[in-house]
Design a protein around this ligand. Sequence first.
Ligand code: PEP
Ligand code: MG
Length: 915
Amino acid sequence: MPYVYDFDHSHPRPPKELKDLLGGKGANLAEMTSVLELPVPPGFTISTDACRAYMADGWPKALDAEVAGARSRLEKSMGKGIGDASDPLLVSVRSGAKFSMPGMMDTVLNLGLNDDSAEGLAKQTGDERFAFDSYRRFIAMYSRIVLELPGEEFDSLFDAAKELAGTESDAKVPVELLRYLCESYQQIVERHTGKPFPQKPADQLRGAIEAVFRSWNGPRAIAYRDREHIAHDLGTAVNVQAMVFGNRDDNSGTGVGFTRDPATGAKGSYGDFLVNAQGEDVVAGIRNTEPISELKKHFPKVHTELLKIFSRLEAHYSDMCDTEFTIEQGKLWMLQTRVGKRTGAAALKMAVDMVRPSDLGITKAEAVSRITEDHLDSVLHPQFAGSGYTVWAKGLGASPGAAVGRIYFTADDAAAAAERGEQVVLVRNETSPEDVHGMLASEGILTARGGLVSHAAVVARGWGKPAVVGAEALRLGPHSVTAGDVVLFEGDWVSIDGGAGIVVAGQVPLTSASPPAAFATVLSWADDIRKGHLNVRANADTGDDAANARGLGAEGIGLCRTEHMFLGEDRLPVVRRMILAHSPEEEADALEELRLVQREDFLAILAAMDGLPVTVRLLDPPLHEFLPSTEELAHKDATVGLNPEERRLYEAALAWREANPMLGTRGVRLGVIKPGLYAMQVRALMEAARQRVVDGGHPIVEIMIPLTVTREELALARGWVEDAVAAVNKERTPRPSKGAKAANGGGSGKDGKLLDVTIGTMIETPRAALRADQIAEVADFFSFGTNDLTQMTFGFSRDDVEGRMMDAYLELGLLPRNPFEVVDAGGVGELVRLGTERGRATRPSLKVGVCGEHGGDPASIDLFYRAGLDYVSCSPFRVPVARLAAAQAVLANAPADEMRKAADPKKGAKKAKAG
Ligand code: PEP
Ligand code: MG
């Protein structure tokens, strides 16, 4: 396989599909050149294969000759030579990995300049100043990136030159000084490296290509890949491209354009440009840009041509594209395109719009597959509550959502404050990739300069973090920021609204978010796709949470942790009385009191989830969790002393103390030693269910035993549950509640039958998964508790290892992901698959779900779908993400034609499954 491909190379497949080989940028440059025939400066791509070969064994032997060949073809097509003393060609050398990693790797511009070609460029352009300004920039950039010299010496020399020239503007430094700078810069290089600055184009080119390869493993790039979960072994491609100059004169310029608004999704071109500038100036946000609509005034012909190109790109890619373009002396050049990043609101709006035949006419399946977890999260973000605040400064709303935090002015300070547990807003003039760690640690980002495509805006939008950029009224000092009469100091509170571009001094209360109409539309398509394949339930313990979850699309409750009902201020004393009871009568009294409150809780939950299944888990945690800490009581005992009540609690806490409580007396084991507890819970639940029936409701009750390990354990627990159910069913029918429309008289369930419940178990231990065949003999359903299953499969304490060692494990590559976040496919995932298979071998109708935290994680949901689960259950706010991820799992695992049918419920054949 060759390592180097010209942009117009004839590939057997469309080059846009060859991102693995050519990287995203190279693939799209080739597509624009060879398929769309757009005006793209010619060039060639050094493949990711070459980078991987370099990483494994150093510079590949064949590469020099291939680069030389591509260089000479490029020179021929341009009619100029790199380094030529009379008519030089300059090239850019840019990184371009499969996945976009904005600003995380290196770029070298103006390559090919040397002492001779700089003179040649001056002659060729008739602009000596331009030539030596370009040469100065090149030496500094090459020295920093390729020779790895510190940039400060070059910067301070340039500042001194400006001072000498009596100007603050880079553009006003006279040519004599620029020539002098080029010489002095070369002396700096020689002093540091002991060698002259490389003058031969071939040396310059090899150095720059190698530097880009190296930058794949630079700390910024690694940190970015860690955050975005991009594999570290992909490598980057390198694009060498003829330079065009937007900074030639006022008939030149450069810009970034989107085919639709990436912040709102509105149709029509969008972006920024600068007259007489280089591309980096727009992205760096150092000069304030003009909107693309203004291009019409400065360059009417180019504006028309650009809009035509935008609509061709949209039609060709069937999606919103972003572009970089340059105008050189009136001629338009396209430097890059790709499917553009967008906010959550924009992604949803575009997905709905683009499905219309009058728009791009994409399929609903395609629309659903373009939405990400982050998109949904960002429309679920909070906003400013009410309007009772004073606007302190205004800027551009670069990334929606509101954030409140204490201000810090450097990324390091912001990260350190967040580490201390503070809520932080990072305030900068503009951001650069060096600030990423501080941005990551912040609730929101505020900059004084820059446009909507500046670094701060693009990065924040990608992460769904609120950001306001270009708030020009802000004047930043080292430890304070002023706007008008108000000065805020480091650590003061600020609030930002990244949708409206508003900055408020102080803390503004926030509301919960209200997603746009397109949110419901896209999720309804997702529901159509996953219907009959994978249901989504919520983990909820109160009527309010259940109602909220239902509003977010939950199709039942997969886990009601009844212990949460025990922790209320009014309930804890009763629970403690039950634990402290000296006689069966005392224990029965406490249980009776708990029964009454639990009954009310269950009524509220069953009402909120009427007609949908509700899985109630009987008490799970070790009893010491309901008692005060032994350390605190011991301390009090040794200092001020304990009162009699406290002494009893202390003794009980000591008695229930276990060396390893997560592996001790909890779950069904607790039921074995305190059977009255489970009987009380079942009674409270069944009474609530009967009441719901009498009141006209349709409760569907599933009773779940936690932490079962053997068939015998579950058979015993099942016996208690069945006895309690039978006992309640025999009792007198309750009277309808006040105000209820009494419907199902007799209180005996649907169709006059006694109220029916199903009884199942959590599968939370490796043994339970392995012996699922036996356990299924006495279970109607399984629910995998992947939190405990992960804990016990890895032997990782779920309470300890994440804080202490997970970072080190991830950094050293000992684990690909935190297994408490994404289910471990090879171990825990395998137990889920095996447990399901073995359980269903015994009982084919066995219903199987998952209710650990992984139930809301997209990658885990894909695994659960493939393992044949009927439903996933997650926290209420994750329900929309789980609905989307479930649909995407169905699409990703379906053959292509079924995928199309799945998106259209009228055509799609589905296997029906109850959830
Ligand atoms: C689990 O272990 O995955 C589970 C859902 O139970 P809990 O988190 O309550 O232990
Ligand atoms: Mg558990």
